[in-house]
Design a protein around this ligand. Structure first.
Ligand code: ATP
Ligand code: MG
Length: 655
């Protein structure tokens, strides 16, 4: 018999804490009324929302959308004119010029700085003029390959100031991956730094850029920020030092008037499911979605500090590190380092040091920090925190409960925000003062979002009670991507052809009897065991409830009798050795929690799981290993540590 004392479970319902009342801006009633209005009277709703931004020409058209895959076209606020950097900087100068726009915390805990909105204006204008000087013009694609330093945000905003389209590539990618992205969007300009530093280790950014340019070709100019001062290679005539050019340019750069539908940025998805897609977002709709969702979900007031731990190489680093906070004129924290350097308490140290009010991070980071024990959290004063957020993967209830209890001391709501690179911002999330929380549930749709469930044939699954199916969205919203850069056909095929006329998210979901939405994992990952459809996320959650289990990933593999069998990869906490008893316990626990059909067939204990650079588990590779298709692992270029795969293959249980 399993010893149930080895398993920790989360509460099923956590009411809005009383401690949150002073911060709450939206009650349940207000949410319900605004949501109703956003769906029933969208034109009136969006006409009001438009006032969040400063327009050079206020749009009169709201939306013009055709989701038919053969005539796919999406426009919002099409006759509007605005500039993103103006909205994120200039318009705050009168009232908030001396407010801190960004706090920078270096990898080295001794380094930090604060930049006011007025200083930000100066830096961004200068960098915009530098870009002009090296030949960048409106519409050009500029690739950013940057460490997490203030100049990374200056560079993004400088592009938007002159109407250039940025494509930020995560600074941990290899020269090959960088080259692929430079080529894909035909980018002639790169902004980088001599080196990055993470966990006290230098990252040879400029060297990687040089190699990527050799591979990709076509790059005319490189703007390089001096960060560590390391010796680097230099191509005269192509490479320019930011610190030199900045002395030669004016500190004023008029913002370029942009059409709402002009491209704003390209960003490649993380590649969990295959070759990354160059997601294109446009100016007006994206910025409004970023500004509105940031304000609605996080309720950050002037003077508060918001910390999103995502890298700018991911969409979260675009929408909630950069554009959302700055469009709302509040303070965003930019962290260069990693959660475990110098020690595994860095997050908590930074929260304490900068008196962070809202922390927004990913389940992968939380699971890693949870492994390190509570004492590291408790050693710091976290009383400034009032709200916690999660994004990137389903958060298993055990990690949720730990985040809530140990980090939030039971007084901070947790917003588990479901969204995608493609959606531009939050789509399904609780609002902190409005919704009682259910650990593990993304909860309720954002204004303007109409989620629905369909079966394999595209028939709506409707009715009261609990429903499960493929998650689709029924109507467009302003922050929706407009195309896959250079491949509109792939855009139509990927998102609008599976279920004609609906946006297909690729994720599976469950809507419970209270109309709370739960993301059950990617549809490709849903198992069909003896005719039962099982979400991988739920089996993984059950496994992770074991006190010694740090992380788990579940995939299917062909099974003679059941159709698919349940194959579980399990990583144990540091210092714990796997035993046959533990294996039996885990199997019995899953059986008890989810049901006999979900009982694991195979458990492979693994020191680590293959992840994307953004920290997501790559289940498609695990599936191939489970299926014993070792020569068909697919695109592995976005893997963080390729060696992990070799280890899994070598230790695959035979049978
Ligand atoms: P690719 O599209 O290249 O395979 P990706 O889907 O990992 O990569 P992202 O756009 O970064 O790229 O991630 C979006 C996906 O992350 C969602 O479709 C969903 O599967 C998962 N996700 C994000 N947030 C949540 C959340 N709060 N709960 C559950 N799943 C989430
Ligand atoms: Mg995706």
């Amino acid at each position: 018999m399993p010893d149930e004392s080895h398993f920790a479970t989360a509460p099923e319902l956590v009411p809005v804490p009383d401690d949150y009342a002073p911060y709450s801006r939206t009650s349940l009633k207000q949410y319900q009324e605004r949501y109703r209005r956003s769906i029933e009277e969208p034109d009136a709703f969006w006409t009001e929302e438009l006032r969040r931004l400063d327009w050079i020409k206020t749009p009169t058209e709201i939306s013009n959308v055709n989701w038919d895959p053969d005539n796919l076209s999406i426009e919002w606020f099409a006759d509007g004119v605005l500039n993103v950097s103006y909205n994120c900087i200039d318009r705050h100068l009168d009232q908030r010029g001396n407010d801190v726009a960004l706090i920078w915390e270096g990898d080295n805990p001794g380094l930090h700085s604060a930049i006011t909105y007025r200083q930000l204006h100066n830096h961004v204008c200068r960098m915009a003029n530098e870009l002009k000087k090296i030949g960048v013009t409106k519409g050009d694609r500029v690739t950013l390959y940057m460490p997490m330093i203030p100049e990374a945000l200056y560079a993004m905003l400088a592009c938007t100031r002159i109407g250039a389209v940025h494509s930020v590539v995560f600074g941990g990618f290899s020269p090959d991956s960088l080259a692929g992205r430079i080529k894909d969007c035909e980018s002639e300009f790169v902004i980088t730094a001599d080196q990055g530093v993470r966990g006290n280790k230098p990252i040879p950014l400029k060297e990687n850029v040089d190699r990527a340019i050799e591979i990709a070709g076509g790059v005319k100019a490189v703007l390089c920020v001096r960060h560590t001062g390391a010796d680097i290679g230099w191509v005269e005539g192509r490479d320019f030092w930011h610190h030199e050019l900045t002395l030669q340019v004016d500190a004023n750069c008029p913002p370029e008037p942009m059409n709402a539908e002009d491209p704003l940025f390209i960003l490649y998805t993380s590649g969990s499911t295959g070759k990354p897609k160059g997601v294109l977002h446009t100016t007006g709709g994206y910025l409004l979605w970023a500004a509105m969702t940031f304000d609605t979900v996080f309720e950050v007031e002037r003077g508060e500090v918001f910390w999103c731990t995502a890298d700018i190489g991911w969409v979260t680093g675009h929408t909630y590190l950069t554009y959302g906070p700055l469009a709302n004129g509040v303070t965003t924290l930019v962290f260069e380092g990693i959660p475990t350097y110098p020690k595994a308490d860095r997050f908590w140290e930074v929260c304490d040091k900068h008196k962070v009010n809202v922390l927004y991070t990913a389940p992968t980071a939380l699971r890693a920090l949870m492994r390190e024990g509570d004492a590291l959290v408790e050693a710091h004063d976290l009383s400034s925190l009032r709200l916690l957020g999660s994004v990137g993967e389903p958060i298993n209830p055990e990690a949720w409960a730990w985040y809530h209890r140990v980090v939030g001391k039971g007084k901070c709501p947790i917003v588990d925000t479901w969204w995608q690179t493609e959606t531009g911002g939050c789509m399904i999330t609780p609002l902190p003062g409005a919704h009682d929380l259910k650990p593990g549930a993304a909860s309720k749709p954002m204004y303007g979002i109409e989620p629905a469930l369909v079966d394999g044939e595209g028939h709506f699954i409707e009715g009261e009670g609990e429903l499960t199916g493929n998650l689709v969205i029924k109507r467009s919203w302003p922050g929706q991507m407009r195309t896959v850069y250079g491949d509109h056909k792939r855009f139509a095929e990927t998102y609008f052809s599976t279920y004609r006329g609906l946006y297909f998210t690729g994720d599976g979901a469950r809507r419970d009897a209270d109309h709370y939405w739960w993301i059950t994992g990617r549809v490709d990952d849903v198992l069909n065991v003896s005719g039962h459809r099982l979400g991988t996320a739920e089996i993984e959650s059950a496994l992770v409830e074991h006190v010694d289990v740090a992380e788990a990933a579940v995939v299917g593999y062909p099974h003679d009798i059941k159709g698919q069998g349940v194959y579980c990869y399990v990583t144990l906490n540091a210092g714990v050795e796997p035993t046959a008893e533990m294996e039996a316990e885990l199997k019995a626990h899953v059986r008890k929690e989810i049901g006999p059909v979900a009982t694991p067939d195979v458990i492979q204990f693994a020191p680590a799981l293959p992840k994307t650079r953004s920290g997501k588990i790559m289940r498609r590779i695990l599936r191939k290993i489970a299926e014993n298709q070792l020569d068909a692992l697919g695109d592995t270029s976005t893997l963080a540590e390729p060696g992990v795969v070799d280890d899994l293959v070598a230790n695959r249980p035979q049978g």
